[in-house]
Design a protein around this ligand. Structure first.
Ligand SMILES: [Zn+2]
Ligand SMILES: [Zn+2]
Length: 267
């Protein structure tokens, strides 16, 4: 990896932390939906899940996506290396294909019952805010990372494109979970190109008709293309409730209970 890319990679954690602080501040000053639950309890759950998932991925995956992209560039392996398109075009195509891959793997996590058992922990949050972005069962985090590494292996995106994609995903995912309202006209323009909080909030609905919509990470175009896009919940915004069936009581959601939930017979 060259020096500029190395510095870019080292800035990533700071960029994500800054985005969290900015979103948390915005939510505290002007939340779109008033917070009703203990934020300490929710945030400690999200932090616990994230820390366990990061540790599990570090222990189980000997190599990361950046190392795979770096190797594929060197070995001229993968779709985008094989096609040999001009650098600018490859960068854009790589960004789009990585995001399409994430859209498809998100749909897989909803479609395959075994994967849904894990992904429902992300959907179990009874309130949605920027902290929900890191609420994933550790095994989901591990499988998600593995699928992403496989995607990078097959596509062979330039390291710069992968780094850029990772940065944009982290920022957009923090922001599209944020409990904030973007002014109406700006939001209407923004959601033509990015997944905005109002769009992703619908995906967290308790109503399965809504949860099967708006799967995209960065670009909402995939949902438009595959017919899963919506701008309003099936029963209207006022009736929107978050979470999953069978896990609606905050006192049932300790960290150990969330970790063990996928093993429950009726999960
Ligand atoms: Zn989902
Ligand atoms: Zn989400």
């Amino acid at each position: 990896m060259n020096t500029a890319l190395y510095h870019g990679a080292s800035l990533l954690p700071w960029l994500i932390i800054s985005a969290f602080f900015a979103a948390a501040l915005w939510e505290t000053i002007a939340p779109e939906r008033p917070f009703k639950l203990s934020q300490w309890r929710r945030w400690s759950q999200q932090a616990g899940l994230f820390a366990t998932g990061t540790l599990l991925s570090r222990l189980c995956l000997p190599i990361g996506s950046l190392a795979v992209a770096s190797w594929s560039q060197h070995a001229q392996w993968g779709l985008w290396n094989a096609l040999g398109l001009p650098a600018g075009l490859t960068l854009v195509a790589a960004l789009l294909s990585l995001d399409l891959g994430n859209y498809l793997s998100h749909r897989l996590f909803h479609h395959v019952p075994l994967l849904w058992r894990l992904h429902q922990i992300h959907h179990s949050d009874l309130e949605v805010d920027c902290g929900t972005a890191i609420r994933h069962h550790p095994v989901e985090q591990l499988i998600g990372n593995l699928l992403f590494i496989l995607q990078v292996f097959l596509l062979g995106p330039p390291v710069a494109a992968l780094l850029l994609y990772t940065m944009i995903t982290a920022l957009v995912e923090v922001m599209h979970h944020a409990n904030v309202a973007i002014p109406r006209r700006a939001n209407a323009t923004l959601r033509r190109v990015l997944v905005t909080p109002d769009l992703h909030r619908i995906h967290h609905s308790l109503d399965p008709a809504d949860a099967d919509r708006n799967f995209a990470s960065i670009f909402p175009w995939w949902d438009r293309l595959f017919g899963t896009f919506t701008t309003s919940p099936a029963r209207g915004t006022a009736a929107l409730r978050f979470g999953i069936d069978g896990l609606q009581r905050p006192d049932e959601m300790s960290l150990p209970a969330l970790l063990l939930h996928p093993l429950r017979r009726n999960a």
